[in-house]
Design a protein around this ligand. Structure first.
Ligand SMILES: NC(=O)c1ccc[n+]([C@@H]2O[C@H](COP(=O)([O-])OP(=O)(O)OC[C@H]3O[C@@H](n4cnc5c(N)ncnc54)[C@H](O)[C@@H]3O)[C@@H](O)[C@H]2O)c1
Length: 390
């Protein structure tokens, strides 16, 4: 049975079907009749440390979906070699519901046995910094949530652009590994949101020539290089429409097909399909978004010798920042952004190179190399704890 089949079977049939050699170790479903709150916490694998992953609110939340995301967190933490385990929580509700606060408070109360001992609330789809503040308040413990507003000691990840910064650092290290100088290389970036903007800013600082940047509204394109400062200023003012104001925009898909040495998808999943993979001129693809390439496209890129830095290696900047926030929960001193950026740079550069080298040496795809790296670390921890035979 494939993972996808198992996850969907678990939703319709039996939560035990979720459980394999890695986890989940614990699944807690909660509900509250008064507010209509229904939610789930999945602790996937804690052999390397306490489970940590964001808290999502969406009407589409299912136990299987949260379990899948918790498993992804197990691999992400292990790949970046920080000592947390995989976990995720979800609330089945509309984030625009007028009684959102009541629902959040009911969810926090229902998990008072687990939080903050076994799980700490964090941000994911549908939750804002202010919601994290409510969750923390309900349990009366400063350790109960991360992703807090800065007035409560939190670190504004998206404003600082930690993930995009890491994507750019990974790009620089990967390019060097491939003998492709980033300085002067043509880079196309799809997506100009929290990740894309910060990636473009840092790529330009590192000397890359950003030839294309797109949003859902269109694509700013200049084969001689965009005026990055101007585009960033327009984005701060106009959001996704910055590309229209910048100049006559090309269609949004253009960022994926322009002549470039490096392609950075930083918008959404499955945008690199077989067609893009067959035709791209890029020698390197760095996955800023989650799952931006279809499995078929990955295979084609591999066959064509295009190097790929996988999503959970390239976009791990956010979890490095989350690790610092976890550590600072009971401290009077706020996290210093400089410390976070320094660690993101060191870890993501090293990981990008390690995965590309392993893929080359073992003649496997970078995704296979990345999973193997993460799994070997989790396996070693499980063996040491006698949770798994040697
Ligand atoms: N924010 C983070 O820290 C973080 C961390 C890890 C992974 N990610 C992943 O990175 C991706 C982007 O996240 P984000 O936080 O930047 O989101 P965002 O909502 O801030 O920005 C998304 C951008 O993509 C653009 N876009 C959407 N559809 C497009 C299309 N068809 N063509 C071109 N552009 C399009 C949007 O217009 C917007 O500019 C997602 O896959 C997300 O899961 C984000």
């Amino acid at each position: 049975m494939s993972d996808a089949e198992r996850w969907s079977a678990a939703v319709t049939d039996d939560v035990f079907a979720l459980m394999d050699e890695w986890g989940p170790e614990k699944v807690v479903c909660v509900s509250d009749r008064r507010t209509g709150m229904r939610g789930v916490l999945v602790l996937d694998n804690t052999s390397r440390g306490m489970g940590k992953g964001g808290t999502r609110m969406s009407p589409a939340v299912t136990v299987g979906q949260i379990a899948r995301l918790a498993r992804t967190m197990t691999w992400k933490w292990a790949a970046v070699d920080l000592f947390h385990g995989g976990a995720k929580a979800g609330i089945v509700a509309d984030p625009a519901a007028p009684n959102k606060e009541e629902i959040l408070r009911a969810f926090a109360r229902a998990l008072a046995n687990e939080v903050p001992k076994e799980y700490v609330f964090g941000l994911d789809m549908g939750l804002t910094e202010n919601d994290a503040a409510v969750l923390l308040d309900e349990l009366g413990d400063r350790g109960a949530a991360v992703g807090l507003p800065s007035a409560l000691g939190g670190l504004p990840y998206d404003q600082l652009g930690v993930t995009g910064y890491g994507v750019a650092e990974a790009t620089d290290a990967a390019a060097t590994e491939l003998g492709l100088e980033l300085r002067g290389a043509r880079v196309a970036v799809q997506g100009f949101g929290a990740v894309g903007r910060a990636a473009v800013r840092r790529l330009a600082e590192l000397g890359a020539v950003v030839v294309a940047a797109s949003t859902a509204s269109g694509c700013a394109y200049d084969p001689d290089g965009l005026d990055v400062d101007r585009l960033l200023a327009l984005s701060a003012e106009l959001g996704d429409d910055c590309v229209r104001e910048y100049g006559p925009p090309a269609p949004p898909e253009r960022a994926l097909t322009v002549a470039a040495d490096i392609l950075v998808p930083a918008a959404r999943e499955d945008v690199i399909d077989a067609g893009v993979a067959e035709s791209t001129t890029a020698k390197l693809v760095v996955e800023g978004a989650n799952l931006p390439a279809t499995p078929e496209a990955r295979a084609i890129l591999h066959k064509r010798g295009v190097a790929v830095v996988p999503d959970f290696i390239a976009n791990a900047g956010g979890i490095v920042a989350a690790a610092h926030s976890m550590d600072a929960r009971h401290s009077p001193f706020p996290v210093r952004p400089d410390d976070v950026f320094a660690m993101i740079s060191a870890k993501l550069r090293a990981n990008a190179v390690a995965v590309l080298r392993e893929a080359r040496d073992q003649e496997i795809t970078p995704h296979e190399a990345a999973y193997a790296l993460a799994q070997s670390r989790v396996r070693e921890a499980m063996v040491l704890r006698r949770r798994m035979p040697a």
